[in-house]
Ligand binder design. Structure first.
Ligand code: COA
Length: 150
């Protein structure tokens, strides 16, 4: 498995990114201003991560997804550590990520990667997404924000 930056001329792996974010409209918006890193085996894309610059010296992982049949094999973690390295090379001092209050596994993974909770954006999902989202028997309403100093 290797990780590389998707070229501007290539189609983004939208189906994969939809696993992490139900809104194609929002995905296209951040793809237009971010860098999309893809995990691939030969030519086959099995994971993706989108990184955007949000404030001076700060970047945010706005999407991370691994194809279902490749989940739980350490690929998500490798994509996150690669994003941290690239962010450092681009002189970022802080990397951030946000996830839903109902995304229990993701909250675990990000904390295992060293992220700490920095805040809660209450009602983020009920304000920005038309459809209700439910996971683990919980409605996804609030965005849990996490950060890590690089
Ligand atoms: N239950 C328990 N532990 C889990 C887990 C699960 N379902 N999935 C992963 N983990 C643990 C792993 O054991 C690993 O910990 P370790 O290094 O201590 O063993 C850690 O979490 C990282 O796992 P990894 O295999 O790198 O994760 P992944 O390749 O499956 O990628 C996601 C993680 C979240 C990107 C992937 O599951 C995914 O695409 N999910 C759907 C999309 C999504 O929800 N994206 C995030 C939106 S905020």
């Amino acid at each position: 498995m290797k990780i590389r930056l998707l070229k501007a001329s290539e189609d983004a792996p939208i189906e994969l990114l939809l696993l992490a974010d139900p809104s194609e409209e929002i995905i296209k918006e951040y793809l237009a201003r971010g860098q999309c890193f893809v995990a691939h085996i030969n030519e086959e894309i099995i994971g993706a991560l989108v990184l955007i610059r949000t404030r001076p010296e700060t970047v945010e992982i706005v999407n991370i997804a691994v194809r279902e049949d490749f989940q739980g094999k350490g690929i998500g973690k490798k994509l996150i550590f690669n994003a941290m390295e690239k962010a450092k090379e681009q002189n970022a001092k802080t990397i951030e990520i946000g996830t839903g209050n109902s995304s229990i596994d993701q909250l675990m993974i990000y904390q295992k990667c060293g992220f700490r909770i920095t805040g809660i954006d209450r009602d983020f999902f009920t304000r920005h997404y038309k459809e209700e989202i439910h996971e683990n028997g919980i409605q996804c309403r609030d965005m849990i924000r996490l950060g890590l100093d690089l």
